[in-house]
Each structure stands twice: as structure tokens, then as C-alpha cells.
Design a protein around this ligand. Structure first.
Ligand SMILES: [Zn+2]
Length: 427
């Protein structure tokens, strides 16, 4: 069994500028709050954005934080690259609502042996829990003390972009076209792209730096809908319930029972879609379930939506019209088709991975990224890895070599983009 050490982490900060930046960033608590009515959903994100914006302004950039908390940095092209295609790089400031992000205490595991990693509070990260660790034996890995998440999702992405901004000022060999850097809010609660305007971004391509394992290049995401299904019962004293009582809890469980057993998240993987009931509240008089529906293909999604509608119709026919109400909400769409029509950005990414010495692994994300919505709004936006693993909980960890490779890819991307001439005139 190995353990992490805070001194080793501090020592690493002294020699690794990317890790030093990361260490500063994770001291901010930016947990998103899905129940909040404010924008952004937590004041921590606002404070963090203000810190980033002023730190970036001090570097000599035009940086602004808007009324939603989103930070945008404009970087004019370097001399001779004014006609290059423009690129927007994005990372999100919030952390997942599922786990605390306050008082994060990073530890460094030196030369990972392949055994379990015991966190300070007794939790253990094993390879059976995180098989990706097998490819990081011998490497240094940043972990938590077990009481919070680490925040690599997505402060690792922000750290890469901050280091880029810093290096663009000091390294004249780092040629680049027009760039925009955006730090978004509330990505973890699905709201980030609501506060981004593709027209305002006004770039040829975008890339999110918000990934997982070394080498991943995310080119496809789920199509996603959310649904709220309401069930209306008739509450009658049980003494006279015979043929009169309609129990809204029974209706809800009957509905859930109709969903295909094999098509739940816990029973699906790879390119398989699912139905996932993630909330239930109910009494005899009324009950309500919350669910999400996911599928990679348009036809598959249509079939799933039709299935849910037909289940609702079935129950309304059985128990009386109006007993069941369905409210479907579109969440995001797969970006794959848009990216396929914009092969150029995928080619640039692939070449950049190669430049950085990273083997590219094209991936379909079993979720969404900011790129899902941005791509479908006309801004092709694949996602690149940061190296972070086990995000959203205390097992989150960040292999240091992968993290540095993520930065190298970002730098290589910017260089590659500077060579792609734009056909349209850019402001
Ligand atoms: Zn993320």
C-alpha cells in the first residue's frame, strides 16, 4: 500500500510550473449548486473568475468577467499569423456538486507502484476501481486526502490555459493565430453553454480542455434528454378504497417497471444508450420521477423518446387520461456529425497529439461536453484530455506526466493552428 505526501507535493510545485499553477487554483472552492437560483450557481465561481481575470490582466491581456461570471480573454495573433484560423480554448471553473471542493489537500504519490493508494482518511484507490492506473506505474500521481474531490476536473484544464497565456508572453517561438480563452461556469450542472454565445465567440474552431485519460480525443458525445414524469392519484380512505383508490406511487413504479431492465446505466457500456431514473418523490395523491435518456444516434434517441411516450399513453389508457404527464427536455446533442463535417480540426488535433508525443485515442464520451452544444450551434469543438482520473469524488487523481502532456498538446495545437490560413476575414 502506498500513501501520498503533502511535502512531496509542495516540492513538486517548486519545480513544475504547471503543478504550481494547479495548486493555486484548487485552493478555490468552486462547487456548482444545482439547486441555486443565482448565476453562476455558487459565489465561489464568481470569486475564482475574478481572481483569474485579474491575474490574466496582470500578464498584459484583455480579460473580462461578464455578468454570468464567465471569463473571456482575447489574445491577438502573433506577428505574421494574423490570417490564421481563430481558435477558442475552453475550460470550466466549477467542480461537481456531488462532493466537497473546499479545503482541498493535495498529496503526491511518488513513483506509483501499482498497489493500492491509501488516502489520509483511509479510503483506498485500487486498480480494480480505476483500471487506467495500470498504465501509470512508476509515475508521480496527485491525489486528495480523501475528504474532498481534487478539482482536476477542470482546474487541470484551466492550469494548462494559464500556463499557455504566460508562455505566449515570454516565448517568442510560440507563434499563434487569433485566440480566445474562455473559462465557463456551471458546466457540471449542464448550464455552461447557456451563458456562451457562439456568435460572440466568433472563432473558426474551439477546443475544450476537460478530459480524462492521457491520449483521449473526444469526438462524440451522447444525445441527451431529461424527463419529469408526474403521476396523479386519487386518495381515498382505505376502508372504502375498493375500486376507488388510485395510488400515484403504484403508477410510478409501474412506469419504472416498464423501462427495459438491460438499458440502465449500470447495465450498459460503450456505444449503448440508456434510461436512468435518478429521482423519485411520491405519495398516494401524487408522485414524480426524474429521469435522463441517453443515446449516441438520432434514430436511437427517437426510439427511446417514442418508448417513453408510449409507456405514458399506456398508463393513461389503463387508468384514465391525465393520470400521467410527461415533460421532456432537450439537454444536448451528439457533436459527432458536426465534427465529421469539420475534419480539419480533428486533423489538427491528431497532429498536435503527435507533436507532443502522445498517442491519440478517439473516444465517444458517455456524457456531454461543452462541445456538444457548441458544435451543434456551429462551432466545432472536440475535447482534449487533461489526464485527470476518477473525477467528481474523493478518488479523483492526476498523473503528473499526463497533465504535462496535456499542456504540451495545447501548445502544439496553438502552433498547428497558426499555420492554417482562414478564408474569411476575421475581426
Ligand atoms: Zn469537466
Amino acid at each position: 500500500m502506498q500513501t501520498g505526501n503533502s511535502k512531496d507535493f509542495d516540492n513538486l510545485c517548486g519545480v513544475d510550473p504547471l503543478v504550481k499553477i494547479f495548486s493555486d487554483l484548487i485552493s478555490f472552492d468552486t462547487k456548482a449548486d444545482g439547486s441555486s437560483k443565482t448565476v453562476p450557481s455558487s459565489v465561489g465561481q464568481l470569486r475564482f473568475g475574478a481572481y483569474l481575470s485579474s491575474a490574466i490582466s496582470e500578464l498584459g491581456y484583455d480579460s473580462k468577467q461578464d455578468e454570468h461570471g464567465v471569463v473571456t480573454v482575447k489574445v491577438p495573433a502573433s506577428e505574421g499569423c494574423e490570417k490564421a484560423k481563430s481558435l477558442c480554448l475552453l475550460a470550466h471553473m466549477d467542480t461537481a456538486p456531488d462532493c466537497s471542493g473546499a479545503n482541498v489537500k493535495p498529496r503526491l504519490v511518488r513513483k506509483y507502484s501499482g498497489d493500492g493508494i491509501k488516502l489520509d482518511n483511509g479510503l483506498t484507490i485500487t486498480q480494480s476501481f480505476c483500471p487506467e492506473l495500470a498504465s501509470h506505474i512508476g509515475e508521480d500521481i496527485i491525489v486528495t486526502d480523501g475528504t474532498t474531490l481534487l478539482g482536476a476536473d477542470d482546474k487541470a484544464g484551466i492550469a494548462c490555459l494559464l500556463l499557455l497565456l504566460r508562455n505566449l508572453k515570454t516565448d517568442s517561438s510560440l507563434k499563434h493565430g487569433p485566440l480566445k480563452i474562455i473559462f465557463s461556469v456551471d458546466e457540471e450542472i449542464g448550464l455552461s453553454t447557456k451563458y456562451l454565445d457562439v456568435k460572440n465567440i466568433d472563432c473558426d474552431y474551439a477546443i475544450t480542455v476537460d478530459g480524462t485519460e492521457l491520449g483521449e480525443l473526444d469526438v462524440a458525445t451522447f444525445n441527451a434528454y431529461g424527463a419529469i414524469v408526474k403521476f396523479h392519484g386519487t386518495s381515498v380512505h382505505t376502508a372504502v378504497a375498493y375500486k376507488n383508490l388510485v395510488n400515484a406511487i403504484t403508477l410510478a413504479t409501474e412506469f419504472i417497471g416498464m423501462l427495459p431492465r438491460d438499458e440502465k446505466p449500470e447495465n450498459t457500456r460503450d456505444k449503448e444508450g440508456f434510461y436512468h431514473v435518478h429521482g423519485f418523490e411520491g405519495e398516494v395523491e401524487s408522485s414524480r420521477i426524474k429521469m435522463i435518456i441517453r443515446d449516441f444516434t438520432d434514430e436511437g434517441m427517437k426510439k427511446r423518446l417514442d418508448f417513453v411516450k408510449s409507456a405514458v399513453d399506456f398508463l393513461n389508457n389503463k387508468y384514465g387520461q391525465g393520470r400521467v404527464e410527461l415533460d421532456l427536455q432537450f439537454q444536448y446533442a451528439n457533436m459527432e456529425a458536426v465534427l465529421k463535417q469539420n475534419q480539419e480540426i480533428l486533423d489538427i488535433c491528431t497532429k498536435a497529439y503527435k507533436d507532443a508525443g502522445v498517442k491519440v485515442v478517439l473516444k465517444s464520451v458517455r456524457g456531454g461536453t461543452d462541445g456538444s452544444n457548441l458544435s451543434n450551434q456551429g462551432l466545432p469543438t472536440p475535447n482534449i484530455f487533461t489526464g485527470g482520473l476518477n473525477c467528481h469524488g474523493p478518488y479523483e487523481c492526476l498523473p503528473v506526466d499526463s497533465f504535462n502532456s496535456s499542456y504540451k498538446v495545447v501548445e502544439a495545437l496553438v502552433k498547428r493552428m497558426s499555420k492554417n490560413k482562414s478564408s474569411k476575414a476575421k475581426k
